[in-house]
Design a binder for this molecule. Sequence first.
Ligand code: FAD
Length: 403
Amino acid sequence: MRNVQQRFKMHVPVAIIGAGPSGSLLAWMLRRKGIESIVIEARSREYVEGRIRAGVLEQGTVDTLIAAGVGDRLKKESLHHRGVCIGFKNEHYILDFDKLIGRGVTVYGQQEITKDLLSALDRENHNVLYEAPATMVEDLESETPTLRYTYEGKECELTADFIIGCDGFRGVSRQSIPASVLKTHDLVYPFGWLGILANVKPSKEVALFSHNDRGFALLSMRSESVGRLYLQCRNDENLDEWRDDRIWDELDARLGAPGWTLERGEITQKDVTPLRSFFSEPMQHGRLFLAGDAAHIVPPTGAKGLNSAVADINVLAAALINRIQNDDETLLRDYSDIALSRNWQVQRFSWSNTAMYHIFPESNSFTRRMQDAQLEYLVSDETAQILYAQNHTGLPFAHKPEF
Ligand SMILES: Cc1cc2nc3c(=O)[nH]c(=O)nc-3n(C[C@H](O)[C@H](O)[C@H](O)COP(=O)(O)OP(=O)(O)OC[C@H]3O[C@@H](n4cnc5c(N)ncnc54)[C@H](O)[C@@H]3O)c2cc1C
């Protein structure tokens, strides 16, 4: 017979799966409104806080974190980028978003946001269970769905009024929606990104996106002394074949322009990330709601994943607060449609940027010439630059909870 432990409470108003940015932000926003939740996280706290991923924040994300009271360190330590630089035919072109539309982007590591949120939850003694993988969610169409998870080697379960799947692309929540309900849309790209983290002063004041015959390359930074740089690579690239010198030489070849020097430094981390566009619809089934990477992922070319997660959580937090405190279900009922409609636009921008910058294995002289035409238009036409700036710095968030 199964040994089921009912830890903490038998029943919580909101059970959140995943303590990444989506889950920890939602728990924090609800907490600030006095709404109880529990967060169930599969990995250790050290792992969650150490995961180096996103670093480019839209203004909506920055405003959200500051309004929610977790923006103090961000305000002190982040960098403002007035725009981006486009590398094309061995020239560098600055797109100055501050001048074009009056706003740029903010650079602050995702791991720092996660630390800020988890520390804030800690200070309030919030229930966050680490190393507690959720194994199943069920009875989603009932008023008290069940979440099963393991903790300290035991099978546990709880019921909740609402279960929120913030468990990333490979989590259990999306998979528990019946196949007859869930539609998925997927595009796997025939390349990935070889990323490095390096102790090096950035060689540009803003991120440099470079389209080159040898493949795409990106120079970005996490701080004044830490660079994050990427090379388009094969999905099955063997990192053992990439000595540090070879990586810097290749970055130089793809990013270079006359009169400009790429600073080199100690490489502290190397990884390969496959690129994928994916979204599922709807983002809700019964009492289960999906947010962030659990519902959609984008190739990192547009720097949108984390920002989309924050956009989802804004709507979902406002909707749950309305439902739980004011008994008003309108926004919660519309959550999936509202979140999806912004997400399609984010998917479009990330997909079209990926197509414009990368070299595809199946490309021919026509598709290559079209990429050149797109980039020539972008670096020379102000209207094209305004549209790019609006998308890169972020589309408006549909709803925000008031704090
Ligand atoms: C290399 C790279 C660079 C990126 N750069 C950018 C960028 O510049 N800008 C940007 O906006 N986005 C970027 N992204 C995307 C961004 O990191 C993600 O979109 C973001 O992490 C999504 O947050 P999330 O909380 O929804 O999911 P996640 O961060 O994936 O968190 C999900 C959490 O759920 C936990 N979990 C999973 N399964 C279970 C389970 N069964 N039970 C309990 N817990 C579970 C996981 O351990 C994890 O902690 C990048 C991603 C990568 C990989």
